[in-house]
Design a protein around this ligand. Structure first.
Ligand SMILES: [Zn+2]
Length: 80
């Protein structure tokens, strides 16, 4: 077998280099945060609907802070 073929096969299995799982950047995170919080508050599967966002929040203090304030804001709006 040509070693280059093996590299291609491995690349297909392992995917692009980088951390495993879907990667969410800050821009995508901010774009989806509204929907994520809505899903969380609705008791829906927010993690399943927006994969990788929870992981991004765990590793990104700026977005985590944004998530917390948005969560407080949206949940506060729901209080009758
Ligand atoms: Zn971020």
């Amino acid at each position: 077998m040509d070693p280059r073929d093996l590299t291609l096969v491995l690349a297909r299995i392992l995917g692009p280099a980088g951390p495993p799982g879907p990667e969410v950047g800050c821009e995508a995170c901010f774009g989806e945060l509204d929907r994520f919080v809505e899903l969380e508050l609705a008791g829906e599967d927010a993690d399943g609907s927006i994969p990788g966002l929870r992981a991004h929040l765990a590793g990104c203090p700026a977005c985590r802070e944004e998530h917390e304030s948005l969560y407080a804001l949206v949940s506060g709006e729901r209080v009758p």
